[in-house]
Design a protein around this ligand. Sequence first.
Ligand code: SF4
Ligand code: SF4
Length: 204
Amino acid sequence: MGMGKYINVDNTKPPVSTSDKFKRFVKRTFKPELFIGLGVVFREMVRKDSNHTMFYPMEKVQIDARYRGVHKLLRVLESGNERCIGCGLCEKICVSNCIAMDTHLGDDGRKKVSNYSINFGRCVYCGLCADVCPELAIVHGGDYEFSSEQRAYYGFKNDLLTKKDELKNQVEFEGYGSLPVDSSDKVKFTPTSYIQKEESKDKE
Ligand code: SF4
Ligand code: SF4
């Protein structure tokens, strides 16, 4: 192995006298990088077109659709029924063990979710619950303004579920875990349905 592979270790002896210690302190504290950094900060502070400072809460950042904010439970748009079928996958996969649910058998013989809660004090917003949900029932919304006075703070089903009268405002691409708006275009067709589709295109 050539010498170029080795790194020189600074083996200068530590200062002994007080004056040498003071010199080392000054040298370490007032490095030119410090003033370069302060210069950049000061320049941005006084620059008229600087857009680094946002006047929150009057101004708010545009949240990306894939931002993992506070969870939402969605409804089926057409019927207004709850999408959650109480399968429990989200509860099982949750790394923080913060999802809890109660289920019961409905009159129609189907499983219904009586209670659903997320302890937001424990949640790490990893998104696994939204990823695993087979019904696209639980998604992350864009809400990030969230605080509580206690460490344990629960979001309950009624808080998370889309209100019936607000169903018309529930958009399909609501957040992390949902289908993207162009998801239908990405579906792979079976060969038969592909041929049928192409034939119907030719007839038009
Ligand atoms: S985002 Fe992660 S930690 Fe939070 S409830 Fe979902 S799985 Fe649990
Ligand atoms: S994974 Fe989805 S459908 Fe299953 S219990 Fe959780 S939210 Fe409901």
